[in-house]
Design a protein around this ligand. Sequence first.
Ligand code: ACM
Length: 279
Amino acid sequence: MVEEQVLVATVPPMRVGYVQFAPEFGEVERNLDRVADLLSRDRADLWVLPELFSTGYQFATAQELAELAEPVSEGPTTARLIALAQEMNCHIVAGLAERTDSRLYNSAVFVGPSGLVARYRKIHLFYEEKNLFAPGDLPFLVTDIGLAKVGLLVCYDHFFPEAARSLALQGAEVVAHPANLVMPGLAQLTMRVRAMENRVFTLTANRIGVEARTGETLCFTGLSQVVAPNGDVLVQAPQDAEDVRVVEIDPVQARDKHLTRLNDVFADRRPEFYGRLVG
Ligand code: ACM
């Protein structure tokens, strides 16, 4: 008698990707067109674009920043991203300069076919950003898009274990991390650790190219990456070339916090010994 074999397909349920490119400073429409072209190269459920992807990074003055920044809800960059998300039936996390009535923020928007689903304002400002932007004033946020629970960080937030931990403790399975990194190798390392210590997937979309608008030259370091909950780098971009990559992941893996049979890294935490601020 021939036994019937039941084959169970184990197709990973989610495709995530990054876009790494060199935004042209101040050329918002051109950068949006470039991103639309790059996104058309593949299909993903969740894309991450770099920090400040539509404006560029090195603003010479607050006035210049104010002229390029946009309101998040009604701005043309968010509208174009929503149109792309609808066209491609996907979600997109992207960094942009946000203008409100009284402040400028280094923000990230999270859009999908239904529109704007979340926003985040960079909490840890880096270097000259402190002279331009207001620090973020919204809590770390996790959004359930059905396929995964997604948390947002922006660039230098990577240096603070508390940031990714705040997201993971709220149930984030995937951490989306738009970046404009200039210190070689640091975030590629910390984001592996953030993934490993929280047992989550991390998606860093960094930029490439050079900006030298203020007498100081900034070289952006590429090496965008997707990291698995065990710290393995699933895919990584080159240091100095445009790159669009998609990888299949199973966000359910991020719900298992076991390191060994006897160690669940969340259950093993001892917040009563960590002090008031990190408990
Ligand atoms: C950074 O936060 N843009 C390094």
